[in-house]
Design a protein around this ligand. Structure first.
Ligand SMILES: NC(=O)c1ccc[n+]([C@@H]2O[C@H](COP(=O)([O-])OP(=O)(O)OC[C@H]3O[C@@H](n4cnc5c(N)ncnc54)[C@H](OP(=O)(O)O)[C@@H]3O)[C@@H](O)[C@H]2O)c1
Length: 263
C-alpha cells in the first residue's frame, strides 16, 4: 500500500510543529516540514526529543520562487503524490498605516498570502496526483475583523479568499481547500516577531486576551492542530471552501464580558 505524504510549511514552530507531532505518530506517513531557519529547526528537534524516521525538515522560504521550485523537484524525486498540504508559515507585524512601513507591509503580504499561493502552485501536480488531497491554509480571526495589524489582517483576508477560490477551482481534481482561523494561540510568533520582548510582557498580553475571551484563556497549538488533522482526514470529505474560526469565542459580539463568576 502506498504511504501518505504530508507537507507542512512553518513546521519548525508553533501550530505547524503541533500538526507535525500528530502526523508523525502514524509511522506509515511521510511528513515534510518547509521553513527557513536552521535555528528554529534545531529548537523543534530539541522539543521533539529524537528525530523521527518519517520526518524531514527542508529549508526554504515560501515566498522565494527558487526555493519553491527546488522543493517541488525534491518532492517529485522522492514521492509520486502529496495527500495533504498545510500552509502554516506566517509572520506578524503589529500596527496600522501610521506604524507599518511599505517594506513591512509587503513582507506580511509576501509570507502570509503570496507564499501560500506560490508554494501551492508549485505542488499542484503532486496534489492532483493523489486523486483526493486536502489543503489547509492557516489564516486568523484577524481576517474577519481589523485586529491590531493592517498588513496581517489584509494578508489573512486575502488568504481566506484564496481558500474559497481554490476550493472551487480545484474541486474537479478532488482537492479540498479550507481555512483554519485561530484566535490568540500560545506559540513563539509574538516573541519571534518582536511583538513583545520579554516573558513578562508576553504573559501580560496573554492575560489581557484571556480576560476578553468567553472561555477565559488563550488557545493551544495542539487544539488548532486537532482541527487541521480533521480537515486533512477523509472524515471531512464533504467539506471544502470553509473558513473555520477556532478562537474560544473571541469574535462573539457580546456585552457580558468580563465574565462574572456566580458565587
Ligand atoms: N499564534 C497565534 O496567536 C496565531 C493566531 C492566528 C493565526 N496564526 C497563524 O498561524 C500560523 C502559524 O503561526 P504560529 O503562531 O505557529 O507561529 P510561529 O511559532 O512563529 O511559527 C511560524 C513558522 O513559520 C515559519 N516561517 C515564517 N516565515 C516563513 C517563510 N517565509 N517561509 C517558510 N517558513 C516560514 C517559521 O520558521 P522560519 O522563521 O525559520 O522560516 C516557523 O516555522 C501563521 O500563519 C499565523 O499567522 C497564529
Amino acid at each position: 500500500m502506498s504511504k501518505k505524504v504530508f507537507v507542512v510549511t512553518g513546521g519548525s514552530s508553533g501550530i505547524g510543529l503541533a500538526v507535525i507531532r500528530k502526523l508523525i505518530e502514524e509511522p506509515s506517513y511521510h511528513v515534510i516540514s518547509f521553513s527557513r531557519s536552521q535555528e528554529k529547526i534545531e529548537r523543534a528537534l530539541l522539543e521533539l526529543g529524537e528525530i523521527p524516521q518519517n520526518l524531514k525538515f527542508y529549508e526554504g522560504d515560501v515566498c522565494n520562487e527558487n526555493d519553491c521550485h527546488r522543493f517541488s523537484d525534491f518532492a517529485k524525486k522522492n514521492h509520486n503524490f502529496i495527500n495533504g498540504l498545510v500552509n502554516a508559515a506566517g509572520v506578524l507585524t503589529q500596527g496600522g498605516i501610521e506604524n507599518i512601513n511599505f517594506i513591512q507591509w509587503k513582507y506580511n503580504l509576501d509570507v502570509n498570502l503570496n507564499g501560500p499561493y506560490l508554494f501551492t502552485q508549485n505542488l499542484l501536480s503532486m496534489l492532483k496526483a493523489a486523486k483526493g488531497a486536502s489543503i489547509v491554509n492557516v489564516s486568523s480571526i484577524a481576517s474577519l475583523r481589523p485586529g491590531r495589524s493592517v498588513a496581517y489582517s489584509v494578508s489573512k483576508a486575502g488568504l481566506d479568499m484564496l481558500t474559497e477560490y481554490l476550493a472551487g477551482e480545484l474541486a474537479q481534481y478532488k482537492i479540498r481547500v479550507n481555512s483554519v482561523n485561530p484566535g490568540f494561540i500560545r506559540t513563539n510568533i509574538h516573541i519571534d516577531n518582536q511583538i513583545v520582548s520579554t516573558n513578562e510582557e508576553y504573559e501580560a498580553m496573554a492575560a489581557e486576551i484571556a480576560r476578553r475571551n468567553p472561555l477565559g484563556r488563550a488557545g493551544e497549538a495542539n487544539e488548532v492542530a486537532d482541527l487541521i488533522m480533521f480537515l486533512l482526514n477523509d472524515k471531512s470529505s464533504w467539506i471544502t471552501g470553509s473558513i473555520f474560526k477556532i478562537d474560544g469565542g473571541t469574535l462573539i459580539e457580546n456585552d457580558f464580558l468580563p465574565i462574572q463568576k456566580k458565587s
